[in-house]
Design a protein around this ligand. Structure first.
Ligand SMILES: C[S@@+](CC[C@H](N)C(=O)[O-])C[C@H]1O[C@@H](n2cnc3c(N)ncnc32)[C@H](O)[C@@H]1O
Length: 334
């Protein structure tokens, strides 16, 4: 969710949302051959997860039809050359978290991952931060997400950027990661926990699949001192999809899963600033050609406005943290 706008939940000014102006399409239409190729020169969709573990409504929420072609159409309408798409071109739609690519770049510095590493991105969405992490650090990244429609788009966008050697995706649940113990050199998970009721189960899985001594970088929306949360919000249409816990409880569950916490930063003030411009939407939404409304619906302005209210009323907070799996660790037993 770039937060800031429907385009990237609260993203930096360069995507045009913070300034409350949506990007304006410029009339440069790429030739039909390139457009055709971008649409069809792609892998078939991956298989959906066998089980969504009682999360069908969450799976449904993140399952827009024909997402990849909608993104391609959006790029086309704003005049992007489909034969030469960049990470930044996709940023308005593929970095679906508060503060968009600005936050991703901060997290990359914090993570300190190196080119020899293989990292898992849990709840990767359509893979914007997955690709950026690999592009900036040189590491290999495997993303998983509950939504097979997002994973299909993630794979095809990655091929469009010719990054498929370094960045791969699987449709899977964070609660049942399809990887052996101690597979990865680090983990990364951005704004997924809000949809996960069993936080201990998720974090134990994360702990299980990374090697002892490696780091898990989390950037997560938590509850705060006040309740209830105003809905809808970018991650949930209603309370049946949202499982926020206050920061202290989130910290406790990270520790209970077996991690030592090495970094703990409260970023709520930056999230408040990013959404400060949001006003109550009225009438038909004026949406950009390319934005996160393609991922979660045309009521994104209402969702972003409610996120602004929730932040300002101390109903939600934003936490950036790094957990380390101790060298001596064994996967905790349930
Ligand atoms: C707000 S989006 C963030 C996506 C991505 N991390 C990003 O920053 O662009 C939340 C994502 O979590 C995924 N998700 C929710 N519950 C999940 C689960 N139990 N297992 C795996 N993915 C899940 C959703 O499908 C969605 O893609």
């Amino acid at each position: 969710m770039s937060i800031i706008s429907p385009a990237t939940l609260a993203a930096p000014a360069h995507n045009g949302i913070q300034s409350s102006n949506f990007p304006v399409a410029t009339p440069a239409v790429p030739d039909d051959t390139r457009r055709h190729q971008a649409r069809f020169d792609a892998q078939p969709p991956s298989n959906p997860p066998d089980k969504v573990y009682g999360m069908k409504h969450i799976h449904r929420y993140y399952s827009p039809n024909d997402l990849y072609n909608k993104i391609i159409d959006g790029l086309d309408r704003i005049g992007k050359d489909l034969s030469n798409i960049t990470l930044d071109d996709l940023q308005p739609v593929d970095e679906f978290h508060i503060r968009g690519d600005t936050a991703t770049k901060e997290l990359i510095k914090l993570a300190n991952f190196t080119p020899d590493m293989h990292i898992i991105d849990v709840g990767c969405g359509v893979g914007g931060s997955t690709r950026r992490l690999s592009h900036v650090t040189g590491c290999r990244v495997t993303g998983i997400d509950l939504s097979d429609e997002y994973i299909d788009a993630a794979e095809r966008l990655t091929r469009l950027l010719n990054m498929q050697e370094q960045v791969q995706f699987h449709a899977a649940s964070a609660l049942a990661l399809p990887f052996a113990d101690d597979t990865f050199d680090g983990a990364w998970s951005i704004q997924m926990n809000m949809n996960v009721e069993d936080k201990l189960g998720w974090l134990r899985e994360l702990h299980r699949v990374i090697k002892p001594g490696s780091r898990a970088v989390l950037y997560e929306v938590c509850g705060h001192t006040n309740t209830p949360v105003y809905f809808p919000v970018p991650w949930a249409q209603d309370s049946s999809m949202s499982f926020l816990v206050p920061p202290a409880a989130f910290r406790d569950v990270i520790t209970a899963a077996g991690f030592d916490i090495s970094v703990w930063n409260d970023k709520t003030d930056l999230a408040q600033q990013a959404f400060a411009h949001m006003t109550e939407p009225k009438g038909e939404p004026n949406l950009p050609e390319l934005g996160v409304h393609l991922l979660v619906g045309d009521d994104i302005l209402t969702k972003a406005y409610n996120l602004h209210r929730n932040l300002d009323d101390n109903r939600v907070s934003l936490i950036e943290t790094v957990g380390v799996k101790p060298i001596s660790a064994q996967a905790p037993r349930s």
